[in-house]
Write a protein that binds this ligand. Sequence first.
Ligand SMILES: [Mg+2]
Ligand SMILES: [Zn+2]
Length: 241
Amino acid sequence: MYPLVESTIAVFCDFDGTITRRDVGDAMIRNFGIFEPFHTDLLAGKMTVAEYYRKALQQAGPDFTPETIEKFTLEMEMDAYFPVFFDYCREHNIPLMILSDGFQEYIQPILLANNIDRAHVMANNLNFQKSGVEPIFPNASENCNCFCASCKRNSMLATAQTEACYVYIGDGLSDTCAASHADVIFAKGALAAFCNEHRIPHYTFHTFFDVLRIFKKIVMNNQIKHRRQAELLRKKSVEIE
Ligand SMILES: [Mg+2]
Ligand SMILES: [Zn+2]
């Protein structure tokens, strides 16, 4: 676990479809595992994300190794402005944590290939054994029924100071739980739709060019403030965990 971050602002960012342009996890499963019918079943609520990962990767063959994953995923494109955003946060001592319900085995090589070193990442792992590959979910929560194998909300709350302002950037269903508990939200895709549906204020974005432009402005103008509804939810989830 990372030490508690001492900062007034803490940034949390999804990986697949947010930092990368495509969903690398989906691409990896399509390439090495079995995507359908499991993915449709997952979206229909017939299984949890953890069950989906286990089933989809159950029959992955001997060509599924850390090396082949790395080789395959290095072709995945990163949002061209993410490294600029990453540097901005580092220069301003704003902690940035990548929260993913995907796997470290493809996240780390992609970050390194884009010259992003020493990034903090909380994600799932793949355990390669002779008998097959076992997905491991180190941050799973029994008390949260979010659309995650590892609960991003718990990861978020465990790594920043209670008084910090939480900024969340994401695009998908696995982000809704953490984003609901964040003060400032940048959303696109399914996360933006969720925020609209639940009347959660958020900034929409297409790329990190937008995120950086807005983020710089609200940091400089001291506009990053606590959101009452998020504070209440955070208090509540601390009590039940
Ligand atoms: Mg995503
Ligand atoms: Zn959760």
